[in-house]
Structures are given as C-alpha cells and as structure tokens.
Design a protein around this ligand. Structure first.
Ligand SMILES: [Zn+2]
Length: 98
C-alpha cells in the first residue's frame, strides 16, 4: 500500500487513485528472482550433474516461482472501494490522458 496512480474504476464509475498490496520495490526485487535461471544458464551442465545439492536447490527455486509471480503480477486496487482495476481501466485512463 505505498505508491498510487490513477485508473478508471468500473464500480465507482470514475477515475480513482489505485494502490498495490505489495510495494513497487518488492515487486521489482522479485522480478530479479525470475531472472536467476538466465544468469545460471552457463553453469547448467554443472548444476544438472549434481544430484545431491543442485537439483534439490533447483526444485526449491521452482517452488518459489508461483508465489513470486502472484506478487509480481499483483493487480492494482481502487483506493475508494477496493475493487480490482482491470487492464481496461488502466487503458481507459491512458486514452483519456493522451
Ligand atoms: Zn472503486
């Protein structure tokens, strides 16, 4: 509940401030979590050959992808009524402002 911007809320039927449940810093940080496989790609032959530590560690990493995606894709909420703001609501404000 930190940063806010503007979007069209279908329930309130006007442009409102929107907020996210998780901070922008946390969402950006967790996008880095999704890039870890790209960074470790050169070491993949070594990682795939170690059945004791690296393969269980990769499985634990994959278990974390689901919760990370939930936070990264966190939809904005209306500050007035708490409704989820759809992609159309965000696009409507962009169309109005242009
Ligand atoms: Zn609303």
């Amino acid at each position: 509940m930190t940063e806010s911007s503007r979007a069209f809320c279908a329930r309130c039927d006007h442009e409102v401030d929107v907020e996210h449940r998780h901070s922008r810093r946390l969402r950006r940080l967790l996008k880095g979590y999704l890039l870890i496989p790209l960074l470790s790609l050169p070491a993949f032959p070594v990682l795939a050959s170690d059945y004791v530590f690296c393969i269980p560690a990769m499985m634990l990493y994959m278990l974390g992808i689901g919760p990370v995606l939930v936070i990264v894709r966190d939809p904005p909420l209306c500050c007035e009524c708490g409704a989820l703001i759809s992609g159309e609501g965000r696009a409507a404000v962009h169309a109005i402002s242009q």
